[in-house]
Design a protein around this ligand. Structure first.
Ligand SMILES: Nc1ncnc2c1ncn2[C@@H]1O[C@H](COP(=O)(O)OP(=O)(O)OP(=O)(O)O)[C@@H](O)[C@H]1O
Ligand SMILES: [Mg+2]
Length: 112
């Protein structure tokens, strides 16, 4: 199993979520975060306003998936999160050792 952590623009959340749902992804964790990338300390436009602060609002989506779905899910996120402008975000991928559904005790891919 892998964990996909995607940091995206808040304005792309609905579209990314819908695309993931159509792909068959049902479990995810979404957190509203702030962060910065290469342009730290420089301005970036968010909802029509120029920000000069160095932490911008972003959304973090965490999804645990089976290894065989990894590339397709990454493609879905890339295709729906990209605007082509700076600040589109990043995707980080981690190995996942175990998943357990608390209600039933199922483990591994059965639990995701
Ligand atoms: N190296 C990093 N470590 C942790 N989080 C990061 C890192 N780089 C970016 N992020 C997160 O991703 C968000 C979006 O980053 P951003 O898209 O601005 O990256 P970038 O490298 O500056 O690329 P771009 O030039 O396209 O803006 C940041 O606000 C931050 O939350
Ligand atoms: Mg940036």
């Amino acid at each position: 199993m892998k964990k996909i952590e995607a940091i995206i623009r808040p304005s792309r959340l609905e579209e990314v979520k819908e695309a993931l749902g159509k792909f068959g992804i049902h479990g995810m964790t979404v957190t509203h975060v702030t962060g910065c990338g290469l342009q730290k300390g420089k301005t970036e436009v968010y909802r029509g306003s120029q920000y000069t602060i160095d932490l911008l609002p972003k959304v973090k989506i965490e999804i645990i998936i089976r290894d065989s779905s990894l590339e397709e899910v990454v493609e879905v996120i890339l295709n729906h999160a990209r605007t082509g402008h700076i600040g589109d975000g990043k995707i980080f991928i981690y190995p996942v050792e175990e998943a357990i559904r608390i209600r039933t005790g199922e483990r591994g891919e059965e639990a995701i």
